[in-house]
Design a protein. Structure first.
Length: 253
């Protein structure tokens, strides 16, 4: 069997050249989130679950007309994806105050936001992934105003979809992180959702057992989803057999 050419390796995934032009193979590793609290070295079975979960969410987005890079899952740890030019930005959508937003603005963790907030961060770990404004993005050529309009539209559609899916299984989506890629179709360029959607990129709170008869803005005691990978996969019905573990990541600042 020919050895595959590695294109990129990150904390949680490896990208290999795909079998067809314009495709890549995305391999999900078991490495834990280094930005979790506490940091995690490896999480047995995490890659298998994230592969299944990302497939579930990306397929759902494709089905409602939100373009993604996902093509198909190949096996327990790999999926074929469309090659895209990834923007050097992380897009964070916030529904509730948590993490860095609570720290910066002094808002109690768990406070519902008046509306979903879209934030931009530069993908540069050496700089600590700093937050930037739209003016920076346009000025430094990372995107133009049309790109920003498209990014916000994509991010809010993803938020609507994920929020509904999560609530259906008793989970509150506090915030999540997206990566966006550019693809060309002839002379036409469009933006698509890339990377992955999994517990590695979401802050999830368990709402089963809470008194939901209370007004939403009175729920001030967020409960992290225990055993987040396994429990979310189980609730969504995508849990492979014989994959269990108990870590709890905290992912978005």
């Amino acid at each position: 069997m020919a050895r595959r050419k590695k294109v990129y390796e990150g904390k949680a995934k490896i990208l290999y050249e795909g079998p067809e032009p314009g495709t890549l193979i995305q391999y999900f590793k078991d490495d834990g989130a280094l930005d979790a609290s506490p940091p995690q070295a490896t999480v047995e079975g995490k890659g298998v679950l994230n592969n299944r979960l990302s497939e579930f969410f990306m397929t759902g987005l494709n089905s409602i007309g939100v373009p993604t890079h996902f093509i198909k899952r190949l096996n327990m740890r790999e999926q074929m994806v469309r090659m895209a030019e990834i923007l050097p930005l992380e897009i964070v959508v916030r529904n509730y105050a948590a993490g860095g937003l609570s720290e910066r603005l002094g808002i109690a963790v768990g406070t519902p936001l008046p509306r979903p907030i879209v934030e931009y961060y530069v993908k540069d770990e050496k700089l600590g992934n700093p937050m930037v404004a739209e003016e920076h993005i346009v000025a430094f050529g990372w995107g133009n105003q049309q790109d920003l309009d498209d990014i916000v539209a994509l991010a809010l559609r993803v938020n609507d979809f994920l929020t509904g899916v999560m609530l259906g299984v008793g989970v509150r989506l506090a915030d999540f992180r997206l990566e966006i890629g550019r693809v060309w179709e002839g002379d036409f360029m469009r933006l698509i959702v890339a990377d992955e959607i999994s517990p590695d990129s979401c802050r999830l709170w368990d709402i089963r057992g809470l008194d939901l008869s209370e007004r939403d803005d009175q729920l001030r005691d967020p409960v992290p989803l225990a055993d987040v990978y396994t429990e979310l996969a189980r609730r969504l019905g995508v849990l492979p057999s014989n994959v269990t573990h108990t870590p709890k990541p905290t992912l978005i600042n």
